[in-house]
Design a protein around this ligand. Structure first.
Ligand code: FMN
Length: 338
């Protein structure tokens, strides 16, 4: 089977960014620039995802991938989730909405897996868990390469045991949600240390993610043993990004910093440290229940321009994100490579 790097002219993957930032335009532009664009399958119905794949195929002859969320278990501590949501009432009232239902869901897992097995993209990537071996085998038999996101050596070993073709090693610098299989603690290794630690447990090719914004970091990741890098924040302000205008503006604020938080979704994620993040440092584990409950609040905040109550996902390198076409971002990342 074709190796991941053989699909690429440049060793760059444009990270899947669910919730709006990843557009068809971004995936197509990444492919045209010789990188790999990953369609964000999270939060979408299988039907909507299928339509998006059709559009990517119509508009681009280049390889691309699709990213899915592996479902986890319902929240273990229902009372902690309920108590946390009661503590958000004042925020919800401030933007004039009621919180949504704290419902568990599996993000349409079976339907999306079936869609991809029936109409396989060149690459399928996973986050939030280890894809079951039967799913890995079915996707590979259909012709896809399987890329499993991991945040630790034990997760990498589990991905290897499940039969993945490659791992995306996500360092602590990364923007957005942690890819971890469980939601234990906000800590983790920096990406260069993670590459070395994962190399000790598996020979699988590694794609390095987290805080990679420029050519020197790309070179370091490749020298450490990665075959490619996966960048999200570097594309958030690109011309093809679907990130909300207020989100893009927040990334350009020189006084901003990032923090790891569970406040918006019940799962650790890195974003700009705004008031909601500092006010709700006590949020319990409870994904996707808390994410579903806070959705109306986050939507209303965005509609009202209230950046203090929006999730503004960003990696540690956000200050280096530039408002360039995605092709220029790819060129910049690879500027130094032989
Ligand atoms: C806004 C945003 C949304 C993200 N959404 C997803 C997603 O849907 N699936 C996924 O596997 N990773 C997602 N990630 C994480 C990226 O895959 C990647 O690990 C991360 O962007 C790398 O760090 P960087 O942002 O510093 O480049 C997201 C990241 C950001 C910034």
């Amino acid at each position: 089977m074709t190796a991941l790097v053989d699909l690429l002219r440049h060793p760059v993957v444009a990270a899947p960014m669910a919730g709006g930032p990843t557009t068809v335009e971004l995936v197509v532009a990444a492919g045209e620039a010789g990188a790999l664009g990953l369609v964000a399958g999270g939060y979408k119905s299988a039907g909507a995802l299928g339509e998006e794949l059709g559009e990517v195929r119509r508009r681009s002859p280049h390889p691309f991938g699709v990213n899915l969320f592996v479902p986890g278990a319902p929240a273990a501590d229902v009372e902690a989730v309920a108590a946390y949501l009661r503590s958000l009432q004042a925020d919800a009232a401030a933007v004039g909405v009621a919180l949504g239902e704290a419902a568990w869901d599996d993000d349409g897992w079976d339907d999306k897996v079936q869609l991809l097995v029936g109409d396989p993209p060149p690459v399928v990537s996973f986050t939030f868990g280890c894809p079951p071996p039967a799913v890995v085998t079915a996707l590979q038999a259909a012709g896809s390469l399987v890329l499993a996101s991991v945040t630790s050596p034990p997760e990498a070993a589990a991905a290897a045991a499940a039969g993945a073709d490659a791992v995306c090693v996500q360092g602590i610098e990364a923007g957005g949600h942690r890819a971890s299989f469980s939601d234990a603690g906000p800590g983790g290794l920096a990406v260069l240390d993670l590459i070395a630690a994962v190399k000790a447990v598996t020979d699988l090719p590694q794609v390095a993610a987290g805080g990679i914004m420029g050519p020197s970091q790309v070179r370091q990741a490749l020298q450490a043993g990665a075959v490619a890098v996966q960048c999200g924040t570097a594309f958030l302000r690109s011309a093809e990004s679907g990130a909300q205008r207020l989100h893009q503006q927040a990334l350009a604020d020189p006084s901003a910093t990032t923090a790891m938080t569970r406040a918006f979704s019940g799962r650790w994620a890195r974003g700009i440290a705004n008031r909601f993040v500092t006010d709700h440092g006590d949020a319990p584990a409870g994904y996707p229940e808390i994410n579903n409950a806070t959705r109306p609040l986050r939507r209303a905040a965005a509609a009202q321009g209230d950046t203090d109550r929006m999730s503004l996902w960003a990696g540690t390198g956000f200050a280096l994100a530039r408002p360039w076409p995605a092709a220029r971002v790819v060129e910049h990342l690879c500027g130094d490579l032989p």
